[in-house]
Write a protein that binds this ligand. Sequence first.
Ligand SMILES: *Cc1c(COP(=O)(O)O)cnc(C)c1O
Length: 372
Amino acid sequence: MGCDYLSLATPGVQGLHPYLPGKPIAELEREYGVSNIIKLASNENPLGSSPAAIAAVRSGLDELWLYPDANGFELKQALSRRLGLETECITLGNGSNDVLVLLAEAWLSPEHNAVFSEYCFAVYPIATQAAGAEARIAPALAADSDMPLGHDLQAMTDRIDANTRLVFVANPNNPTGTWLDNVALRDFVANVPETCLVIIDEAYLEYAGEGQGSDAAVWLADFPNLVVTRTFSKAYGLAGMRVGYALSNPQVAAVLNRVRQPFNVNGLALLAAEAALEDADFLARTKAVNDRGMQQLRSGLLDLGLGVIPSAGNFILVDMQREAMPIYDALLRKSVIVRPVGNYGLDQHLRITIGTQEQNATLLAALADVYS
Ligand SMILES: *Cc1c(COP(=O)(O)O)cnc(C)c1O
């Protein structure tokens, strides 16, 4: 090859580091020859998907030859009824990842900057970098604070200026699991200049307990620069279908609509999401299993002498008290996949998704072995 195609890529893309996903089950099978694998690495729903969503996908198999509804009419109607917002406020995405990237494509360029916290969701820096914009990283709260490694809203405010177009806030946050006080978050939004969009990423909203989640959608009427993103990947158990959405004022949604691919959400995903939205029973079971599993894992991890960060999500960030990669690898050999977070600057931590009671017990037993 005569050309160096990396050096011909845009400056933003040249500095890009690819997203590191959790290890797929089939890959671990191939690499280590182990079986009966438990994956607690990607915050997937241990109950699988809503039976209603699976049935809806089956019902759509005869129409794979048709383009999907580019406007997602039915799903938007269902969301609109559920949320009490006009359909014009909704932008559907191929996962909420898609809408996060669309926001960066539409509002970030090399003259602009985006603000986010240290230890935030990896997609924020990736989307910012790809757009060639400056990333302004606010140091997280201290490890010995009330909300260890969580977002420091004051530090974030301090980094916003006239060239800041986006500020990303995840509540609850991934990979830390930490959450923000509702009043403090609303005050923060109120103080951001209107030229800067505030993105509140609520991927784990459904798991958050009393006083933990923000449900910031109710603030949309007060703040034209507010964007709330949500997903069907986590509590709704549809990570493989790729569907999420943004809620915003209609003008912001119209801009996102200009940049998105016309058919960014596929037909089966639209059907699955509509059905999942109506399955209150599945959501309730999901929440109950997560609440119990959170207690089980927390106390088991504390018994092992490990450090546990408070979490409002379906995962726990654990301070392994030593370099985490060898422990990650030892767990792989025992057929358990968890998530290393060295790429987030957390070399001593692992992120562990809450599984079923049995999966959690298996993980705890494997860890006890590793630490014995
Ligand atoms: C998982 C996750 C998402 C979105 O995932 P999609 O599958 O793309 O909807 C968004 N934000 C955070 C913080 C997440 O952890």
